[in-house]
Design a protein. Structure first.
Length: 91
């Protein structure tokens, strides 16, 4: 673990399994080649985050603000509305 700048850490080639991060500001961070399988995220702000080349299989999202969220350029709120319309149910 090396310090690039004050308050900025560079962590690489590390195993941090079972770690707990509370009240941590990771804004403007770059995360690559990371495994978060089996992790839990609660009360997390992911606004304006970009995900590229991610494995979201088995992911569950509940109680989330999805306004403006896009998957492959399609608004998720529109996808959900179309799903409910197709099934004859309400959102």
């Amino acid at each position: 673990m090396a310090v690039d700048r004050p308050n900025r850490l560079r962590i690489s080639e590390s195993v941090l399994c079972g770690s707990l991060f509370e009240n941590v500001d990771l804004s403007q961070s770059h995360v690559s080649d990371v495994t978060l399988a089996g992790s839990t995220f609660e009360n997390v702000n992911l606004s304006d985050v970009a995900f590229d080349d991610v494995n979201l299989s088995g992911v569950t999202i509940t109680d989330a603000n999805l306004e403006g969220m896009r998957i492959d350029g399609i608004l998720v709120t529109e996808l959900i509305a179309a799903y409910h319309e197709n099934r004859g149910s309400r959102a």
